[in-house]
Design a protein around this ligand. Structure first.
Ligand SMILES: NC(=O)C1=CN([C@@H]2O[C@H](COP(=O)(O)OP(=O)(O)OC[C@H]3O[C@@H](n4cnc5c(N)ncnc54)[C@H](OP(=O)(O)O)[C@@H]3O)[C@@H](O)[C@H]2O)C=CC1
Ligand SMILES: CC(=O)N[C@@H](CCC(=O)OP(=O)(O)O)C(=O)O
Length: 341
């Protein structure tokens, strides 16, 4: 099955090429670029063993030559292209934020024109472990954001079990620099990032409404969170620490049973016992490592979660969703171990 990538010259696109090229049922189809032409190894020498050429976006040709289309494009692009591709009967997997929110919320947080409502309604939120069943029938799969993936996978089990005081949720998150994409920005220069730890978007990050939307859906109640992301001097990885009060007197064993029951059949969730999640332990892989700690002195629970932002946080989860959509085993093409050290 041929898969095209729009935005193939970005970090998410490059990771998709790597995964699709190793997938037994997917084949690298059209690699679309709006700014470059020629062999893909001109911009990505590490892909010099591939013979693929970058192509301009020609919608008819794209849909003629491919069965599935991944969009790894900046906000505001997929909202325009996805309806045109989907109406030609192709499956679309969108890595951007364009199909994750209600239109008015998207407009408010992304300051862009939302996708047409009829198409927004058709999109399924692809947090694979939670909405995999809906993904099976979806024509548009809206891949979650990197922070929401790490946060929701740790938080949702306890929200569903109704053991948290939902007004008390505080989320501290750290991301590697690839999370910001490949575009040039002064604040992402080596000299500005190296030996530095920087909070950003403290007054409002665009992933807040996404986290709140799906946390509220699972909790069955309106949830508002405190969320502060930080940029750390590493290439890949997200580490999230969540603090919340418990409403029920839960033992460590009860928390363990909640996570074990929910993630029993989830091949990419690794529940950590006797260790805490680290970005190094998931690097280059589709795993999400999750741990919890009950602080009996304060009655609070501390949740920890680590992912690779380009894998489970983007391209890896997108391929996991492609697998779910096609009815292939969820872990097809994704079973390799993390890169270590
Ligand atoms: N990086 C990450 O960890 C994650 C990223 N995401 C989301 O995935 C998407 C891609 O991210 P990432 O790969 O990091 O971003 P990059 O900035 O690295 O790449 C984006 C690519 O989009 C292409 N592009 C730019 N403008 C347009 C346009 N108008 N039409 C079509 N293509 C365009 C560019 O390629 P060209 O100029 O060749 O067309 C560019 O290479 C973003 O929406 C991002 O927010 C989601 C989760 C995690
Ligand atoms: C480190 C870093 O800058 N990360 C980006 C991740 C953005 C992203 O993935 O954008 P979507 O809104 O399309 O999901 C950020 O925090 O904005």
């Amino acid at each position: 099955m041929k898969a095209a990538i729009i935005g193939s010259t970005g970090y998410g696109g490059a990771e998709l090429i790597r995964l699709i090229q190793n997938h037994p049922f997917l084949e690298v189809g059209s690699l679309i670029s709006t700014s470059r032409a020629g062999p893909v190894d001109k911009i990505y020498p590490h892909l010099s063993h591939l013979s693929s050429e970058l192509q301009e976006l020609d919608l008819d040709l794209l849909c003629e030559n491919n069965d599935m289309v991944f969009l790894a494009t900046p906000p505001g692009v997929s909202s325009q292209w996805t309806p045109l591709i989907a109406e030609r009967g192709k499956i679309v997997i969108d890595l951007s934020g364009d199909f994750r929110l209600y239109p008015e919320t998207y407009q408010a947080w992304y300051d862009k024109e939302p996708a047409p409502i009829t198409w927004l309604k058709k999109a399924v939120y692809g947090l694979s472990e939670w909405f995999g069943r809906q993904v099976k029938d979806a024509q548009i799969i809206s891949n979650p954001g990197c922070y929401p993936t790490a946060i929701l996978l740790a938080l949702l089990p306890l929200l569903q079990a109704k053991v948290l005081d939902i007004s008390s949720i505080i989320i501290d998150a750290k991301s590697g620099v690839t999370g910001a994409g490949r575009g040039l920005q002064q604040g992402l220069l080596f000299t500005e990032v190296n030996e530095n730890l920087r909070p950003y978007k403290v007054d409002g990050h665009q992933h807040i409404p996404e986290i709140e939307r799906f946390a509220s859906q699972v909790a069955g109640d309106s949830i508002y969170i405190n969320f502060v992301p930080h940029l750390v001097p590493m290439n890949r990885g997200i580490l999230v620490t969540i603090y919340a009060k418990l409403v029920k007197d839960c033992s460590n064993q009860v928390l363990k049973e909640i996570y074990q029951t929910i993630y029993e059949a989830a091949p990419f969730i690794r529940l950590c016992e006797g260790r805490w999640p680290e970005t190094k332990h998931v690097q280059g892989s589709n795993y999400c490592d999750i741990a919890w700690h009950l602080n009996k002195r304060t009655g609070q629970v501390i949740l920890l979660s680590a992912i690779d932002n380009l894998m489970k946080g983007a391209a890896g989860q997108a391929v996991q969703n492609a697998n779910l959509r096609m009815g292939w085993p969820e872990e097809t093409g994704l079973t390799f171990s993390p890169l270590f050290p």
